[in-house]
Design a protein around this ligand. Structure first.
Ligand code: GAP
Length: 441
């Protein structure tokens, strides 16, 4: 993880927020390559969940909502973690996660396990960030930064159903920021206080076989993570026990990814059966009927909800961890670092290099870069030895490098080097665009 954090900073994937002021606690900024990588992931999710389906509609709801939303959702009363403080070292821990924690003064021991450690009684701590709307800071103006995007979907359920004329079963999906004042954030972008969620709520008839939809979405979502190139043996399901279930859930499975090291398998997505908990609570708290009207069967009912909820940042981290490798290169002294990310989500698709800075090669390569840039993110680089330029692109996951050399000037072909196999082939410069399109499809 340390090597990855350092690479992410050095190469412009991810920076600590407000670094010049000493950093803001567990919030991160995405630099030029990071923003492309995360956007590619979000685009793939949006495509799979919204554009490629006729039974899911998109939404972009506001972060700030009416404060009653969070009373109805159960977050004001129940979105809490038990917290303990150490009176000696002032460290703060989750009371329910003490077994996984280390005492900062004696890292080989758990907090509370030795005589120099003096823990307070657990106190419940609400994870929602509070703010106020308008100039007067009184209780009437309290608002919360949403801790999940899902509630924006529930309160718009009928708006969207009526506007789109969807019939149950159908879903609503959105991507957006969520905020949680986590007690123990950490592990880079794994657990942060500001993050992005990609959530979909699928509304089903409670009288139909809703568990079949639950199983369907478990399968679809696991397949999506595999389609990102995440290794099969690093993905698994974890079923929530009664004790683990969130206040809204009837059943829940996490999709876990093996981050390795001390983190091991951790949740990257939750698939939840939320029953009619949310819609019935919003109906009660708003006083507005939220039932779906089935005109054919002449029935009104509150649908059940199957939710899929995945973190864009956590998935980005999984993709980075999954792709990072250090390799010995046969015949070379220096090894190489490769980010073996799927070419379709790689931030840069091709590096374009003139072999040397003379004989018309830079002009040819720059023109090629200009032409390709219309369709693909490409990077032109003429500085340093060619080997170094390859290494720089390997390290950021660029799947192809195109080199303009002496032969190019004679027959118009360029060398295409494959990041993973290191195989090189010659392709006519005017065919490179089609070549890349094919290899990236
Ligand atoms: N609407 C349901 C919900 O929010 P969750 O299991 O609390 O469920 C879903 O969160 C996903 O959001 C997680 O699997 C994770 O990927 C992401 N997530 C949650 N808290 C996070 C945090 N503090 N930092 C980064 N990602 C987080």
């Amino acid at each position: 993880m340390e090597k990855l954090v350092s690479l992410c900073k050095r190469r412009g994937f991810i920076f600590q927020s407000s670094e010049i002021y000493g950093g803001a606690g567990s919030v991160w900024d995405y630099g030029p390559l990071g923003v492309e990588l995360k956007r590619n992931l979000k685009d793939r999710w949006w495509h799979a969940m919204v554009r490629a389906r006729d039974d899911i509609e998109g939404l972009d709801a506001a972060i700030l909502m009416h404060p009653r939303v969070w009373e109805a959702s159960g977050h004001v009363a129940g979105f809490t973690d038990p917290m303990v403080d150490c009176r000696v070292c002032k460290a703060r821990f989750r009371a329910d996660k003490l077994d996984d924690a280390q005492c900062p003064r004696k890292p080989s021991r758990k907090p509370g396990e030795h005589s120099d450690c003096d823990l307070t009684e657990p106190r419940l701590f609400n994870l929602m960030f509070k703010t106020t709307i308008g100039p007067v800071e009184d209780s009437a103006s309290i608002a919360y930064l949403r801790p999940e995007t899902a509630q924006g979907i529930y309160v718009n359920f009928l708006n969207i159903q009526q506007a789109s004329r969807q019939k149950i079963p159908f879903g609503i999906a959105q991507i957006g920021k969520a905020f949680r004042n986590e007690i123990t954030p950490g592990n880079f972008i794994f657990r942060t206080r500001e993050f992005e969620q990609m959530e979909m709520q699928f509304f089903v008839d409670p009288a139909a076989d809703h568990m079949q939809w639950f199983e369907f979405w478990k399968g679809e979502r696991l397949a999506w993570h595999r389609s990102l190139g995440l290794a099969e043996d690093r993905l698994q399901f974890h079923q929530h026990s009664e004790k683990e279930l969130a206040h809204y859930a009837r059943a829940a499975f996490d999709i876990e990814f093996d981050f390795g090291g001390s983190l091991g398998f951790q949740e990257i997505e939750g698939v939840h059966h939320r029953g009619d908990y949310d819609l019935s609570r919003h109906q009660e708290y708003s006083g507005k009927r939220l039932e779906y009207v089935d005109q054919v069967a002449n029935r009104r009912y509150l649908p059940f909800v199957i939710e899929t909820s995945v973190g864009a940042d956590r998935t980005t981290l999984a993709v980075l961890v999954n792709g990072y490798r250090e390799e010995v290169v046969p015949g070379e002294q220096e090894g190489r670092v490769v980010l073996g990310i799927d070419p379709r989500i790689a931030p840069v698709k091709a590096g374009i290099f003139p072999l040397v800075k003379k004989d018309g090669m830079p002009e040819f390569a720059e023109k090629l870069a200009r032409e390709l840039r219309v369709r693909f993110p490409v990077f032109y680089d003429e500085s340093g030895a060619i080997g170094r330029r390859y290494r720089r692109q390997d390290e950021v996951g660029t799947p192809f490098c195109l080199t303009v050399d002496g032969q190019t000037m004679q027959d118009g072909t360029v060398t295409v080097r494959d990041r993973d196999t290191l195989a090189q082939e010659r392709v006519a410069a005017d065919r490179v665009s089609d070549y890349l399109r094919l290899r990236l499809s």
